[in-house]
Design a protein around this ligand. Structure first.
Ligand SMILES: [Zn+2]
Length: 166
């Protein structure tokens, strides 16, 4: 039997969500993706089937730029909120692409980390408001956020702890 890898590759591509820097990724398209979803924004942004190409680091950065809690339910955003998230998505990813342009591969990781405002910066001052960047730990990862910029001053529960306490 003759087997190639092509069908599987095609399938993987087909299950990817839209590229957020594609001009077709409009505010309306994002609104569609978010509507009626109970998923938290942090999880949704990282979900490659919803939006392609955003990992743990850039989802932290996008939510900080949008001034939104990572735990906000996607479906709860009003139109203004969707617009703000769309702008943040675009600005953060565009800046990342510009930052990477023309750099040798060996410098990319450093440049990426230097450009981060909250991701990987637990305990450092938020570059927007000066408050301390906080962290929420999960079993296999963590997220960083600024509680003045993103959660109205409320500290988010540490999910790893909550699970133990439940
Ligand atoms: Zn802040």
């Amino acid at each position: 039997m003759h087997v190639t890898h092509e069908p599987r590759d095609v399938e993987q591509v087909a299950t990817l969500g839209p590229d957020p820097l594609d001009p077709a990724f409009t505010v309306d398209r994002l609104a569609e993706l978010l509507s009626d979803r109970n998923q938290q924004l942090k999880g949704l942004l990282r979900d490659q089937r919803r939006v392609a190409g955003i990992g743990n680091a850039y989802s932290d950065e996008i939510l900080h730029a949008a001034r939104m809690s990572p735990f906000t339910r996607a479906g709860s955003l009003d139109h203004q909120g969707v617009q703000r998230l769309h702008t943040a998505l675009h600005d953060v990813l565009r800046a990342a692409v510009d930052e990477a342009a023309g750099r040798p591969a060996a410098q990319l990781k450093d440049a990426k980390l230097r450009a981060m405002r909250v991701h990987g910066r637990t305990g450092e001052p938020c570059p927007v408001c000066g408050d301390t960047v906080r962290e929420v730990s999960f079993a296999d990862s963590s997220l960083q956020y600024c509680h003045t910029c993103q959660t109205g001053g409320r500290a988010l529960a540490d999910r790893r702890m909550s699970r133990l306490l439940r």
